[in-house]
Design a protein around this ligand. Structure first.
Ligand code: NDP
Length: 301
């Protein structure tokens, strides 16, 4: 199958590309920069979608970039890098004379309101309540195909929690402080920590690219999180154990609010109990369903 991946040069996209290539699929990346095996977003806007059977969007400005101050310009980039790229792909799919059979959009669990009690599945009702949940709403709406296109192309939305892997995401920023023995719980540590290993997220995306006989006009939604409900405390202690390092320095919530901006620090200081009900019902099997196996793979022992 030929698959076009928006933002495929990033952390998740690289893992997905490796997986799909290992299965014999042909990949074209959509990027801001031209290059070998790549086309640009401007190419898609002007020339349409290249012939393909699957399309995926994993583009987006990094939300946890510690070098970017939380301000209106950063927030605008976070929104436009996700919503505009998603809209370009959805419009190109709808306009294609030979549309792909699957269209997979990767968003996030920020749509679910953080809570220590409520448990969310893909079927949970949600209404936007803060900047990040409004972003998810706008992002997912931008990916929606018109009804006549939706009959030909299966639409899938995957909402991952924190994506754990060696080459990017949160782990890349955390490994050095934890190695130095400076790691600790964030805020109270009691907050849920929904997560997934990057190989499993790539696996769910690949699974979602499979054709469906009669696609529904509404997207299939899959939560990209492991079924185990972990807290930040459990994650911190497991990472410390795996690295054989102490984790005795909790990071106070007010420090994270000041450093990251409180609207963004909620990703670290609060969390959602999310379960992958539909993901499991679809037959997907997690390779790394628990923290210990995932962290051992990431750390290398
Ligand atoms: P990356 O930070 O690795 O970025 C992915 C790609 O997005 C980049 O390689 C880049 O491609 C493109 N990109 C970056 N900034 C912009 C911009 N301003 N405008 C247009 N394109 C841009 O992301 P991940 O792979 O970690 O995440 C993939 C998706 O999954 C993102 O949408 C993210 O929000 C979501 N997600 C990720 C989580 C995580 O823990 N990593 C958790 C939950 C959701 P290029 O340079 O080729 O243009």
């Amino acid at each position: 199958m030929r698959v076009v991946i928006g933002g495929g040069s990033g952390f998740v996209g690289r893992e997905l590309t490796r997986l799909l290539k290992s299965k014999g699929h042909e990949i074209t990346l959509i990027s801001r920069q031209p290059g070998p095996g790549k086309i640009t977003w401007a190419d898609v806007e002007s020339g349409g979608l290249p012939p393909c059977e699957g399309a995926v969007n994993v583009a987006g400005e990094n939300i946890m970039n510690p070098l970017r101050w939380w301000n209106e310009s950063y927030k605008k980039d976070l929104v436009s890098s996700r919503v505009n790229t998603t809209r370009i792909l959805a419009q190109a799919i709808a306009a294609s004379p030979t549309p792909p059979h699957s269209w997979v959009l990767v968003t996030g669990v920020a749509c679910y309101k953080p809570s220590l009690q409520t448990q969310y599945t893909e079927e949970s009702e949600w209404t936007p309540f803060d900047f990040l949940s409004h972003l998810v709403k706008e992002w997912e709406a931008a990916g929606q195909l018109p009804e006549n296109s939706a009959k030909k192309t299966r639409q899938v939305i995957i909402r991952p929690g924190a994506v754990l892997g060696r080459d990017g995401g949160a782990m890349k920023q955390m490994l050095i402080p934890f190695w130095l023995g400076l790691g600790g719980t964030l805020g109270s540590g009691r907050q849920p920590f929904p997560w997934i290993h990057v190989s499993d997220l790539a696996g769910i995306i690949a699974h979602a690219l499979e054709p469906k006989e009669e696609p529904s006009t509404e997207p299939d939604v899959f939560n990209g999180v492991v079924p185990a409900l972990n807290t930040n405390f459990e994650f911190t202690k497991d990472l410390g154990r795996t690295l054989k390092r102490p984790t005795i320095f909790p990071v106070p919530g007010f420090f994270l609010d000041v450093f990251f901006g409180s609207e963004r620090a909620v990703i670290l200081t609060q969390g959602q109990k999310v379960v992958p009900k539909k993901t499991l019902e679809s037959g997907f099997e997690f390779q790394y369903p628990d923290l210990t196996s995932a962290l051992k793979e990431i750390v290398g022992y």
